[in-house]
Structure formats: C-alpha cells, structure tokens
Ligand binder design. Structure first.
Ligand code: AMP
Length: 292
C-alpha cells in the first residue's frame, strides 16, 4: 500500500493509475476506522480497480464547542487496517496540505443551499459547508471516478449528490447502508465516548427508527403521529435527550407533513447521551396500499 501525504503526489498517482486503464475509487474518512468504514472500502473494491482511502480529521466541519481536539486519531492502527483490506493508497494529508492558506484564511467554500439548512445543518452551523468544501478538495486531489459514502450520514450523502450534480464533478457516488451493532446501534467513531450505561441505552435510537418505519409501512401518513410514536418509545431512556426527530423529503431535506403514498421519506434522529451526540436515520418507502 502506498501512503501519500502531498496533493501533487496524489494527483500524479491517480494520473498514473488512470493511464494504465484503472477505474479509481475514493473513500473519504476521518479515521478511527470501524466495520462501517470497512463496508465502504469493500464496496469501493467492487466498484473500482484502484482504491484510495483518505484519512483527515477536517477542522472546518467542527463547531468551536465540538470535539475536534478530542476526536480519536489512531493512525497506525488505521493504516494497518487499510493494509489488511488491500487498499492501494492511503491518502493522509495534513491541514496545511488541504488548507494552504490556513483554515482561518480559507475564503473559497462550497455550500449546498437549502438542503444544508435542516436537521444537522440547523443544529451545527457551518458543519456542512466544511464537509462539502473538504470533499470537493479531496475530489480535486484524488480525481476518482467513483466515491463511496455511508448512508448513516444521510443528509451528508444527499448534499454530496447535489454538489456533484450542480458542480458537474462527473463522479459516481455510491451510498452504503448503515452497519450496526447487534442491538441496532449504528457504528460510529464517537461510540467510544459512551459510558457502559449510555452504551446500554444507545440501541434505543435504532429501535425508534424501527417504530417510525413500522408506523409508515402500516399506513400512517401523518408525520406528527409517526414522530409521536417514536418519541414515546425514546422517552423511556432516562439519560437520552432528543435534539431532533423529523420526517423529511430526501430530495429537499425539508419536513414532510403528510406522507404521499408510494413516496420515499427519510426519518432522521439526533440525540445526546451525556455529551455524546449520536445520529441515525432510515429511508422508508411508504406503501401505495397500506399493509393489512
Ligand atoms: P467518518 O470517518 O465518520 O467521517 O465517516 C467516513 C464515512 O464512513 C462516511 O461516508 C460515513 O457516512 C461512513 N460511515 C460511518 N459510520 C458508518 C456506518 N455505521 N455504516 C456505514 N457507513 C458509515
């Protein structure tokens, strides 16, 4: 496996691989790799001949009171995991490589309007501007044909699809279903912050999504009632505080009041367990005819 830090070297590596006829995949990550990341990398391997995984904890997507400094950075373990997975290139730039003028003096940003306003965008001002900007930079550095992201970060995926279309990147995006623990908890690098008590409670988020899905699939079209059932389910968890629970239209990421039969909606949840913020979501197909 190659390890590359500099953007120019990465661009040369991609050009070399393309010249030899290879199809290139990129899997952007912030490291602290887990089985969710592994699923993305395996999917990238199916879709391409040459797989690059980037590891970069992007400062501009963290708010001032968020966990940028505390974010786990087990780089040596991550590189060993990438080697085991048969990854071709580990791209490990520094902040100086990706923000040559420093993050304070970076004046060029990529913003996807409207889709970034709701859900996590409303709670984390500037977060998605940081995400779309860094992904655009990584696309320019790695020049992939295909890029693989997790549907766990559903709003992020919808924004990136829109960014790729609106900016004519010509890159195929693949979304990989969320990888979960046996109790349903979505794998996340932040799960390691949970105390054993919080961890024991955390599976309830996925359960609540299941309650919402069940309601919609059995014919409930009023999102207030869907959300009320989910919140009732979550209310039994003593240390969990819901930040948002919404049913949105995946095309606009705007709340849906009445679900249209035959449409797909996204149920999205964010909650705090102590200081740790967890998100989870589910795409649900509302049936044309309610289940009996
Ligand atoms: P992160 O390192 O948290 O920035 O995540 C890197 C990529 O892995 C993103 O595309 C995430 O959506 C994806 N990802 C994170 N957790 C999971 C999971 N549990 N299942 C599938 N993909 C995931």
């Amino acid at each position: 496996m190659n390890r590359i830090q500099r953007i120019e070297a990465m661009q040369q590596e991609s050009a070399r691989a393309k010249q030899s006829g290879q199809r290139l995949a990129l899997v952007p990550t912030m490291g602290a790799l887990h089985d969710g990341h592994r699923a993305l990398i395996r999917r990238a391997r199916e879709a391409a001949d040459h797989v690059t995984v980037s590891i970069f904890v992007n400062p501009t997507q963290f708010g001032p009171a968020e966990d940028y400094d505390a974010y786990p950075r087990p780089l040596e373990d991550d590189l060993a995991a990438l080697e085991d997975l048969g990854v071709d290139t580990a791209f490990t730039p520094t902040a100086g490589d990706l923000y040559p003028n420093g993050t304070e003096d970076n004046v060029t940003w990529v913003e996807v309007e409207q889709l970034a306003d709701a859900l996590c965008g409303a709670e984390r001002p500037g977060h998605f501007r940081g995400v779309t900007t860094i992904v655009a930079k990584l696309f320019n550095a790695c020049r992939p044909d295909v890029a693989v992201f997790g549907l766990k970060d559903a709003q992020q995926f919808l924004l990136l699809e829109r960014m790729v279309a609106d900016l004519c990147f010509g890159i195929e995006l693949i979304g990989v279903p969320t990888v979960r623990e046996p109790d349903g908890l979505a794998l996340s690098s932040r799960n390691r912050y949970l105390t054993p008590e919080q961890r024991a409670e955390a599976g309830i988020l996925a359960e609540a999504l299941g309650v919402g899905r069940e309601a919609i699939v059995s014919g409930e079209l009023d999102t207030e009632r869907v959300l009320a059932r989910m919140l009732r389910h979550l209310s039994v968890a003593p240390t969990l505080t819901v930040q948002y629970a919404e049913v949105v239209d995946p095309r606009t990421v705007q709340p849906v009041r009445t679900i249209t039969r035959g449409s797909t909606v996204l149920i999205a949840l964010a909650a705090y367990l102590g200081q740790t913020r967890l998100i989870d979501s589910a795409f649900v197909d509302a049936p044309l005819i309610p289940a009996a």
